[in-house]
Write a protein that binds this ligand. Sequence first.
Ligand code: ZN
Ligand code: ZN
Ligand code: FE
Length: 763
Amino acid sequence: MEIKRRQLHIGGIVQGVGFRPHVYALAAGLQLTGFVGNDATGVFIEIQGEPDNLDRFLQQLRTAPPPLASIESVRWDTIEALSLDSSFVILDSQASSSGHTPISPDIATCDDCLREMLDPADRRYRYPFINCTNCGPRFSIIRRTPYDRHFTTMADFRMCPACQTEYDSPSDRRFHAQPIACPACGPQLTWMEGTAHHQDEAAIQAALHALARGGIVAMKGIGGFHLAVDATNHDAVLRLRERKRRQGKPFAVMARDLETVRHFALLSEEEADLLTSPQRPIVLLSMHADESVRLLSPAIAPGTDRIGMMLPCSGLHTLLMQHSAPLVMTSGNLSSEPILWRNEDALERLSGIADAFLLHNRDIHVPCDDSVVRIAERRQSPIRRSRGYAPLSIRLQHSGPSVLAVGAELKSTFCLTQENHAYLSQHLGDMENLETLTAFEGALAHFEAVFRTRPEIIACDAHPGYLSSSWARRYSQREGVPLVEVQHHHSHLCSTMAEHGLDGSSPVLGIVFDGTGYGMDGAIWGGEILKATYTAFERILHLGYTPMPGGDASIRNPYRMALAHLWSAGVPWTPDLPCVDAATATEISVLQRQLGSNLLCTPTSSIGRLFDAAASLLGLRQRVDYEAQTAIELEAISEDINHAESYPVRIEGGQIDPRPVIRAIVDDLRAGAREATIAGRFQRTIVQMIVSGAEEARRLTGIGTLALSGGVMQNMSVATLASQQLRELGFHVLQHQLVPANDGGIALGQATIALARLGSESL
Ligand code: ZN
Ligand code: ZN
Ligand code: FE
């Protein structure tokens, strides 16, 4: 039989996932000769043998790649066969200067590794840094590409002979597992509590003792530090809240296994799969209403009926959780600052919060917070897309120059594109301070290094005051790179379109309900129904304007928004209303003058502020500690909205009128309606605004494809009922599945818009 030789190039997530040994085994099984290696754009292969076997090789590679690999492209050519080729070899990585190399996110310890870690006969028994080609840290330890040990933070650890043998052996699960380590040669744990220091097993035992006593332990995980306390110890949880100066924002809880999670929360099949997935995110679950929950401190998620839970995602977490109560695991940071990831910084900055430190000496090159995901209508709905997901790419329908989109302000992420790939960064925090800006710059430098690209276009929010936007303007000037400023809600809509693979050429309707976005008329938008392509948008409908007195103060204090809504609805401020009671006499008279003269009042169409007003009218909340708190708490106390009736929704002159809603809430309050009833009716009204607004927009435009975006769409009751009703009305409904509906996903839309606007011009 004739011998043929082929040259192949495989693109996708094919590095750091056991791809080369997989190819080796496949080639050996088919008696093929040649070689395989990594380059900066993927994996290259030359392969020689009988044509049938060459075909079989290609087919098997495509249909059964290694578990963590994701093949995006396969190119091959027939080349001249070599007469002296007698074996198949794996080549070392080689660097080239450009091209597209997706890198793998950090992956939770796999079952094989966990089994070894818990086997007393294994040489890695109870070794927390165990990993293999199918699991372990990636994104957070890679300094640059190609993915090779000397380009990771494992470079300083010299492999022992036993590890080296595994690393070199193509048949081993750890063949070229770059973070390979064992107790003899790898990273080590250190416990520090005052002057007491312990190593390794003693460090784990010390941590367990401290946690059991109610201590607050700062521990280094995969992507940064966590602050941990026993979740069943109420005093300890309160102490953590006090020291961290974090009042109401819910904490996530780590539990040993699914069984423990089921103890506290309702768990669907999809939620269980997500909890145990290699991404291992925090999953937002419905808490049981019965007293089993009381085992957990009520200070974990005050005012909500949801709880964010996760399973151990590293060897260290597994070892700790075996002998620990569920633990609160919150990001190791100071309030509103990014997560800490360096030992020195954590020791210094968390010293006022943590009683002790559980450290290790495997450096984290870039921090990466835990992800938060929820299941809605059996689909994944990301709330924070970070560890386990970043920097997976989202495929765009346009290719062009590299775009950097810098996001908005809250829940900041950025997006860097390369050809038709959009790489969304890990969660960076709220871009309100220098620390977050520094984290942003660090993460960007990392993306530029691993993806070997420099932005040729920069995109930002049109908001004049965002730190991210001024950074983008400065960057544009300094680097001479064109700047595209994009409207906030247009970006939200386009991020939904982009993740659904739309090319943006035909217009789509978008219902974008959120808190704050700078409008084209200088008003604060947030209740928008738009018609858009990637290059342009038209505002079809919006929530009628209400004056927002004094900007930020009205965001922090919902009663101010309630008073403003009452004012514009013509309802007198009588003391029976909780929002009137919440304001001081001076404040009332200042607000009266302000609203009366329209001084320092910005008009707003924000649905988020309407939620604030409703929560305040109900007496539920007069001050907020974190974004979307009123919406979360309103949802928690509400009756089932499927059985609630809506307040009147009036659409006239391109506006959805909020005034009848406000008047109806006040009427209900005075008639003595229950809190749960009013909360239910109010949310049902938001659903009705979406549905009636969609129908009106379809009537006006003839468009039946509709995207739902903006932070309000994270209200599960509202989004679920609205999308069901819209589908029944024949709409093709697009909802977020890959990026958050909140501002954490907005950079994707910004990048898409910039690419469509400038990318096409420059072609
Ligand atoms: Zn493994
Ligand atoms: Zn070793
Ligand atoms: Fe937004």
